[in-house]
Design a binder for this molecule. Structure first.
Ligand SMILES: Nc1nc2c(ncn2[C@@H]2O[C@H](COP(=O)(O)OP(=O)(O)OP(=O)(O)O)[C@@H](O)[C@H]2O)c(=O)[nH]1
Ligand SMILES: [Mg+2]
Length: 374
């Protein structure tokens, strides 16, 4: 018994191949559609795989003489026995073949789901929220076949999906002629004052902008001193306000400045009365540009309550600090999706003014997904 597998563009072509090679007596054991190899194959019409068998003796016994000889040599009973034996053989072969096919399919499927699981878990490990991971992986699954030869493309596809979710960025636009009033708000100790100093240095030194500081953080003596130190180093004037109502006059006195950077006291997002003061302060500023500062190391649960606490702000930019303190930065993506607000900057260390950069969605996606491993 001879079994052969044929691959052709369509069923007719496959049948032709079978007939040409095995002759008209060949039996078709199995036929199915299969994907073309490679990434581009995914998008093309499938190929036809056909498995055919032929009894080797039959192949040779092409003339009547041979058949006659069999009849002469065997009694009628023997002939039936032999036929039964042959049918049994074909049946066994067919069963073996189908089993083999099924187990290959299962193996491929297993490998596919193994790769899917790998990326699914990797995103979870990087603090991407489960509901977000589901979204990303569902899109990826629709676009790609999760087979091992596709891993490079899968890795890229997931990065592109994340990059799309991260959306546009909106750092400070220095080209706008109108005066900018930039307010930094956020939880305690996330790096608001340090970030403000980093940006002040960049804007005044690199971009030649005239900058003024206002601090509304008079809760800690050290807080004013902290900003005053930067003010002295950078040669940027500073005004201290004790009540939200004083902000109008402070802004008025900076008429000549291109950019006013306003520092606020860190707020416990669970202390609603403290947030009222921030709300009031923002309401006294005309056309404010608010930056909500969050540490990249904050967990999703806390981020959600921070976002909830600041929901009185209609418009703001997201600014993530301390990327150097965590390798799992998936929460940036979660927060972006949760708020729909644009990313602005990320900070990557304590050093003023160096450790700040404009948020780069490609880079963030690269860090979240990582390179191909093993
Ligand atoms: N590792 C790291 N530390 C940072 C970063 N940004 C700020 N810090 C440090 O975080 C600490 C707090 O920074 P601040 O700028 O005082 O934070 P803040 O949000 O103004 O704090 P409050 O005004 O008290 O709410 C300081 O030790 C900073 O040096 C960063 O990107 N990475
Ligand atoms: Mg501060």
């Amino acid at each position: 018994m001879k079994v052969k597998r044929y691959i052709a563009n369509n069923t007719q072509e496959a049948m032709l191949k079978v007939k040409m090679e095995l002759g008209a007596n060949a039996v078709i054991l199995h036929s199915r559609k299969i994907k073309r190899p490679g990434i581009t194959g995914f998008f093309k019409r499938p190929l036809i795989e056909m498995v055919a068998a032929i009894e080797e003796n039959t192949e040779k016994k092409t003339n009547m003489q041979n058949e006659k000889r069999i009849i002469e040599n065997h009694s009628e009973a023997n002939k039936i026995e032999e036929l039964q034996y042959q049918v049994g053989n074909i049946q066994n072969m067919l069963n073996n073949f189908i089993n083999k096919m099924e187990s290959t399919d299962k193996k491929n499927e297993f490998r596919r789901s193994e790769l899917f699981e790998k990326y699914y878990n990797h995103l979870l490990d990087n603090n991407v929220e489960k509901s977000v991971v589901d979204k990303i992986m569902n899109i990826a699954k629709k676009q790609m076949s999760f087979s091992s030869e596709n891993e490079e493309a899968i890795n890229k596809a997931i990065k592109i999906i994340i990059r799309e979710y991260l959306g546009d960025i909106s750092p400070i636009n220095e080209n706008i002629v109108e005066q900018k009033r930039i307010v930094f708000v956020g939880p305690t100790g996330v790096g608001k004052t340090t970030t403000l100093a980093k940006l002040a240095a960049k804007l005044s030194i690199a971009n030649n902008k005239s900058v003024g500081f206002i601090t509304a953080d008079t809760y800690r003596i050290a807080a004013v001193e902290q900003l005053r130190t930067y003010s002295e180093i950078l040669g940027i004037p500073i005004k201290v306000i004790y009540e939200p109502e004083e902000i109008g006059a402070a802004i008025e006195s900076y008429k000549d400045k291109d950019i006013i950077l306003i520092d606020t006291a860190g707020r416990n997002h669970r202390a609603l009365d403290q947030l009222e003061e921030i709300k009031k302060l923002i309401s006294y500023i005309q056309n404010p540009d608010v930056f909500l500062v969050i540490s990249a190391a904050t967990g999703y649960k806390d981020t959600k309550s921070i976002i909830e606490a600041y929901k009185f702000m209609k418009d703001y930019h997201l600014l993530f600090t301390k990327l150097d303190e965590t390798s799992a930065i998936g929460n940036i993506l979660n927060t972006k999706i949760l708020t729909g607000k644009n990313l602005s900057y990320v900070t990557t260390g304590q050093s003023v003014p160096d450790d700040i950069e404009v948020a780069n969605p490609e880079k963030i996606a690269d860090i979240i997904v990582g390179e191909l491993h093993e």
